[in-house]
Write a protein that binds this ligand. Sequence first.
Ligand code: DGJ
Length: 725
Amino acid sequence: MSIVYLEDKKIFKLDTAGSTYVIAVDDDNFLLHLYYGAPIPDVNLTDFANRCRYASFSATIPSRDGTDFSPDTWPMEIGCNGCADMRIASLQIRNADGNAATDVRYVSHRIIPGKPALPGLPALYSECEGDCETLEIKTLDKTTGAEVTLLYTVFTREAAMTRSVIIRNTSEKPFEIERVMSFCLDMNNADYDLISLYGRHNQERLFERRALAHGVQGISSRRGSSSHSQNPFIALIQKGGNEDWGDAYGFNLVYSSNFTAQCEVDFNRSTRVIMGINPDDFGWTLAPGESFYSPEAVLVYSNAGLGEMSRTFHRLYNHNLVRGEWKHKKRPLLVNNWEGTGMTFDDEKLVQIAAWAKETGLEMFVMDDGWFGRRDDDTSSLGDWYVNETKLRGGISSLIARVKALGLKFGIWYEPEMISPDSDVYRAHPDWCVHVPNRDRSLGRHQCVMDMTRADVRDYLFEQMSSVLANNEIDYLKWDFNRNITEAGSALLPPERQKEFYHRFILGTYELMDRITTAFPHLLMENCSGGGGRYDPGMMYFSPQIWCSDNTDALSRVDIQFGSSLCYPASVQGAHVSASARSGYETKRNVAMWGTFGYELDPAKISEEAREEIKTQIADFHRYYDTIHYGDLYRLISPWDDPYKCAWEFVNEDRSQAIVTYLSKFYTERQNWFLRLKGLDAGAEYRLTKTGEVYSGALLMRAGISMYRYPVADGDSAMLCFEKI
Ligand code: DGJ
């Protein structure tokens, strides 16, 4: 049993494969958080609750006036706004009387096998019987009638849990949810560094580490997407902790819109962590009898530093998040025409690229932006999802037939949530665009955003897309999203519900994605948002791969890929070789192999030499696919530790193959240094396939391989494969 309730002590003990989490119900039915960390076998846990936490100016509740109990100083399982807990709140409900004081207490609980789905929301799921168990704790705010259920799913194969919250209105009047975090975690000290992934378009998910300080600190998005600027991921790592050592806690929100992740270090040096929908510009009116589901958060604990934390996320997402036919199926090796042609192409040009792809050994041709409406540049036609027959003479079916005749799969590009002011659909339905009456509609890349909160808009999009998808043999769909949301408002929502806009928008997007993936289960979907602007687990639930960044320059891509690997697996990471200038084709390939792999170029614009080299690149992709996509990742030298070089390694499950990539980012004098591998079988012998040399696993891990003979010039790299003898 991974979840037990110790009735005599009123304690819940939740054990994952590598962590323990403990909650207590106290005499006044407050839920107290007692422990989260490395596994402990004990059941006598009452000591955890014996903390002297009295502080002047921290109000005590009437039943315990004058004692040492205040919700302000004790570790609480849910941080309610406006009563005696003065820290950053995880729950705030404005009741019908207009006040936002909230106070929920334990009522009942149940423990169930598996994991219930969250209606309308992406979420992790149980892959097989016994891989997880769920605890539902029901609490109630007697004054407002808000019934708040806390959900905890505990995974038995990984040191991972998920948490979310359901709010039901059991009263006779509506109330407004102003803040609902997916979890609240009160840690008993502040000896951690906070890690987050910041960035911008072309430079997403860069690693940042800072010491926690007193007060509130954290990250958030208000862009209507999870965003390039901050990824919905944070980690806390013990001071001095690194890749291999220290307590590390990773938190990731399964959500693709406005989010917040905050840590508050209070006057007691305790740290509260919360994560959920960004409460800025959010509110949700809940009528009597209605329920609201928060998105879920994933919590991973590692007692062996960041490396193990990341590997746990990778395995968990490969098994319990990514879904559908393509979950474990080998993804086709593709060529995409975007970087090669932009929107300037016709059917002949596309068939030319496809013919090259076939000859080179690739498996799929993807037609990117520019195939529809009158789309010759980015100023028009989004929303007019019918083929541009001036460009594709004979229509889309004829193009697909020609590509298929070559023996390739075919992929197509869409940006369903967008609308160009210069489009037939906008002229016919100007109110289908996200807008606020009597205000300018700001543009991003000359486009507006479709109002995904509306069922008629979603129906239109489904019909437009399914008429193309149902009548043609299409294998892959790239779903793009190229701007953020402004003037957030819908023509159909009443004034008191406009605050629900952002959340309703993403629920609408999820609904359309669900309809498309259900209607076309064979379709491989790749998400994209100007590269990695929605690189989050919410999107990974619908698409097993996401275009990682529009930056395909291998030397800066590695920083993005290292950052992304903090919690996202290589199997999800869209990565292509392009004609971008700064490195040779070997390095471009070595970097793009850390992902789904493919090419993004016009073969007519690259040299004969480059074309020949590409032909030789593909065999390794097939040979190393399983190890890279489903093996264990070790960040041997990370760009945040060394500005000059980096190295990473994948080891397969039975430790019989290790793929090591070393990249010299900037020239350094040849030095005598050794690269130590990780995760091998110390007692086994490994052959370096390139040279035939044999080393023991012990030597490779403890002494390392001499790097003296490997390249040092700017942008040079080497990929080494070690195979167990
Ligand atoms: C942004 C994407 O990231 C690119 O790969 C490409 O699809 C363009 N959009 C097309 O407009």
